[in-house]
Structure formats: C-alpha cells, structure tokens
Design a protein around this ligand. Structure first.
Ligand code: GRF
Length: 193
C-alpha cells in the first residue's frame, strides 16, 4: 500500500496509559496515503505505559503528564497540544477522565475507543460485566468524547459473538483485534470526503 509523504493531514495526538496496541494500529494507519491523520504526539499519564515504546520505534514525540493535580496536568497538556498544532485527539486506552473544561477546548475533536457496544457497559471491566450479564454479543465502539463518560455520539461499532466458554480475557483479546480495525475505519468515516 502507498505510504504517505505529505503533511497536509490532521495533526493528531494519541493519549495512552497502557500497552498501546491501538496506538500502534493508529500509527500504522496514519502512514498510509489514504489516512487523513498523522500522529505527531503521544501523551501518557503513566511513565510505565508499554505503548510509549512506539514513540521511539516510529520517531514520534512523546510526553508524560502526571495527573496527581489534574488541573495543572491538563493545562500543561493543552499548551503542549497548542505548541504542536494538534487538530485531533484520539484516546486509546487512556485511563484518566478529562475535565469539561479540557474537552471544551477540543470540542468535537476528541475521539475514544471503548471495548463494549455502547451505551451498554460504560466504564471499566466491560468484558466481565458482559459475560456476567449473559450477553450474546459484545464488541467495541468508537465515539466522540463529550463531558459524560463514554456517552458521546457513536461513530462506528463492531459486534462480536460471545461464546459459552469465553472468559473476560478471551473476549478482551477477540475484541482488541477488532478495535485495531475499527478505529482507523471510524476516522476514515468522519474525515474522508
Ligand atoms: C482497549 O481495549 C481500549 O478499548 C480500552 O483500553 C484498551 C487499551 O488497549 N479503552 P491498548 O493500550 O490500546 O492495547
């Protein structure tokens, strides 16, 4: 597939806290010619995020901000985003809840991926809750971020069958594979003519 050389793409910051497998899939997607985004900044609240290694591998600037004092962390992040002329934020396994004020600064320009079929199972432990609830299906959702947790407008969803012997771990693995496809698809859906 053609690789992108141009820079007239939407400058994007990806926020992570953990493994960063969605970050990796977004970076790979961003390098394709058809991608409307470039990944220019990786932000984490956790210096131990395994995903930070992708900054080094793909030569992308990375920054860590501790959220002990949320207000001041968010202020610093906003100024870093401004400095780097960031147009779009993709949350990808970012475990902190952004304040109303922060979101207001990027209204309609923050996306998130969530491992359930929203509006079902907002918040944490989605796979365990879906299994306990005896759901036949679960899946993943890409949505715009608003001030209510996991409640912004849905862009795309992928449904996955829950098998009888699925544990939360097995289900998480199956869904994560689909997340890696869904996030790029959702971005194409919003930004491609
Ligand atoms: C994903 O399941 C994502 O939907 C959820 O946290 C997980 C992050 O995984 N919000 P990774 O860090 O992208 O590997």
């Amino acid at each position: 597939m053609a690789l992108s050389t141009g820079s007239n793409k939407l400058k994007t910051a990806v926020f992570i806290s953990g493994a960063g497998s969605n970050l990796k899939s977004l970076i790979k997607f961003s390098l394709l010619k058809k991608s409307p985004i470039s990944i220019d900044l990786i932000i984490s609240n956790n210096p131990k995020s395994k995903g930070l290694k992708f900054g080094k591998i793909f030569n992308i600037k990375k920054r860590i901000f501790y959220f002990k004092k949320k207000n001041s962390a968010e202020k610093k992040i906003l100024s870093e985003l401004k400095k780097n002329k960031i147009d779009l934020i993709c949350l990808a396994g970012f475990m902190k809840i952004l304040s109303k004020n922060f979101i207001k600064n990027f209204k309609g320009k923050i996306l998130n991926i969530h491992p359930s079929l929203l509006p079902k199972f907002k918040g944490l432990n989605t796979h365990k809750r879906a299994i306990i609830n005896k759901e036949k299906y679960s899946g993943c959702t890409v949505h715009f971020v608003n001030s209510k947790l996991d409640s912004g407008k849905i862009i795309l969803q992928k449904k996955i069958k829950i098998n009888n012997n699925d544990t939360p771990k097995i289900l998480a693995k199956k869904i994560l594979i689909q997340e890696h496809k869904l996030y790029p698809k959702a971005i194409l859906k919003i930004f491609s003519p």
